[in-house]
Design a protein around this ligand. Structure first.
Ligand SMILES: Cc1cc2nc3c(=O)[nH]c(=O)nc-3n(C[C@H](O)[C@H](O)[C@H](O)COP(=O)(O)OP(=O)(O)OC[C@H]3O[C@@H](n4cnc5c(N)ncnc54)[C@H](O)[C@@H]3O)c2cc1C
Length: 391
């Protein structure tokens, strides 16, 4: 059997490995001069491969895509992934948050060992070739030199990635090609992305890059604790990424979204109100709030929210501290997002991730319509779908 795997990211490389193990003659087609660039980028922040939480909780992180991904993650889950990385000499450990990393906190040694193993197993690589569409029983590609080619194989795996970070991975241009070929795709959207906020110049001057430590961010009834960080264009960080689906939904419905940031989640509204009742006559609003445990960045955020008209009544002020409204103008552009929501619709593929209308063509990785928070869930689903389709 011959197989073409198009896209040399984690999903494609894993599919290639499984196909080769099953005896197929495998060629990996990659548009760039090198493979695994997104993986290397992920390695810059330590390469969070997967997560160690109980599998049932783990699977819940995929929200509505859970039923589709569950058999694949059960077949090649966090333990299998750790075993696989260990085999490649990238011994892993569980960090304090339950996230799993290679001990060396980099992707380079793992990727190098993996590519050596693939080459030794006889997997062929053709770099600098870009997939441009389908023909009966094959695909069309175009080389860096502008030459087009038609390639045929018994099995084709498309692993072109999402639309985020186009400098290193996919650019999402496949959506149009797939739709033209009659494959249902939901629109790509930024996931695990920051949000855009119109900060005043004064706020930015003083607080760009500053984290809002120990805060809780809420939107549409969902709340996540963590450390949102003020950026030049808005807010980034775990709670913002985690609330992405809710923020996107509000933006879609109303054209804008409002986050409510609790600057003091460990104290109740009443408790804070009582604390704020003591105000020395000479205390400025900032000093008064700081004495109640609100950091300067928090006080300034409250000024941003009120047009610099901080309330003086303790109960009203406590209510503001517990829910500072922040108006979100838009999601940060997809190019800067860590991952992509949307993609090839689940209705377009069968249980083996094969396109229903194009037998022999399988879709893996971020091209599929799922999203998950950061924490190792993204790479895990890419490896699991690659292994599943490859098998
Ligand atoms: C900054 C950053 C940090 C991240 N950190 C983590 C992390 O710590 N943990 C985690 O779980 N996830 C992380 N992710 C997400 C994770 O890296 C991705 O989910 C994963 O790489 C997607 O894998 P993939 O194989 O589907 O696509 P990709 O890795 O994007 O690979 C797709 C490949 O296809 C190639 N390609 C695209 N179009 C074509 C074409 N037309 N023809 C031929 N080849 C093509 C691309 O060049 C690329 O090599 C991070 C992402 C970013 C951007």
């Amino acid at each position: 059997m011959t197989a073409l795997v198009i896209g040399g990211g984690p999903a494609g490389l894993m599919a290639a490995e499984r196909l080769r193990k099953g005896g197929a003659a495998v060629t990996i087609i990659e548009s760039r001069r090198s493979v695994g660039r997104t993986l290397l980028l992920a390695g810059r922040s330590g390469l969070n491969l997967t997560h160690s939480e109980p599998l049932d909780d783990f699977l819940d992180r995929y929200g509505p895509a859970r039923p589709h991904l569950e058999p694949m993650i059960r077949a090649f889950g966090p333990d299998s992934l750790r075993g696989w990385a260990d085999e490649l000499g990238a011994e892993t450990y569980v960090g304090s948050s339950g996230r799993v990393f290679p001990a060396v906190h980099k992707a380079t040694p793992l990727l190098r060992a993996w590519l050596d193993r693939l080459v030794d197993a006889g997997v062929a690589f053709r770099r600098g070739l870009r997939w441009t569409g389908f023909v009966a029983g094959g695909v069309t590609v175009i080389g860096d030199d502008g030459e087009s080619e038609t390639l045929h194989a018994d099995r084709i795996v498309l692993a072109l990635g999402g639309g985020s970070w186009p400098r290193v991975g996919g650019d999402g241009s496949w959506v149009e090609i797939m739709r033209d070929a009659g494959v249902a795709c939901t629109d790509l959207a930024a996931a695990n992305a920051g949000v855009l906020v119109d900060w005043t110049p004064t706020f930015l001057e003083n607080f760009e890059g500053e984290p809002l430590k120990n805060a809780a961010v809420s939107v549409a009834g969902e709340s996540i604790r963590g450390e949102p960080v003020v950026t030049r264009t808005g807010l980034e960080g775990g709670p913002i990424y985690g609330l992405g689906p809710q923020i996107r939904a509000q933006l879609k419905e109303a054209g804008r979204a409002t986050l409510h940031i609790d600057l003091h989640p460990d104290i109740s509204h009443n408790g804070l109100g009582i604390r704020l009742e003591t105000r020395r006559p000479k205390d400025s609003a900032s000093t008064w709030l700081r004495r109640a445990g609100i950091k300067p960045v928090g006080v300034s955020l409250m000024r941003e929210a009120t047009g610099n008209q901080l309330p003086s009544d303790p109960a009203v002020t406590a209510a503001l501290v517990k829910a500072v409204p922040v108006a979100v103008v838009a999601m940060a552009p997809i190019e800067r997002a860590i991952s992509t929501a949307g993609g090839v619709a689940w209705s377009a593929v069968d249980a083996s991730l094969q396109l229903r209308d194009r037998p022999g063509v399988h879709i893996v990785g971020e091209m599929l319509d799922w999203e998950a928070p950061t924490g190792g869930y993204l790479l895990q689903a890419c490896f699991s779908t690659g292994a599943w389709a490859g098998k």
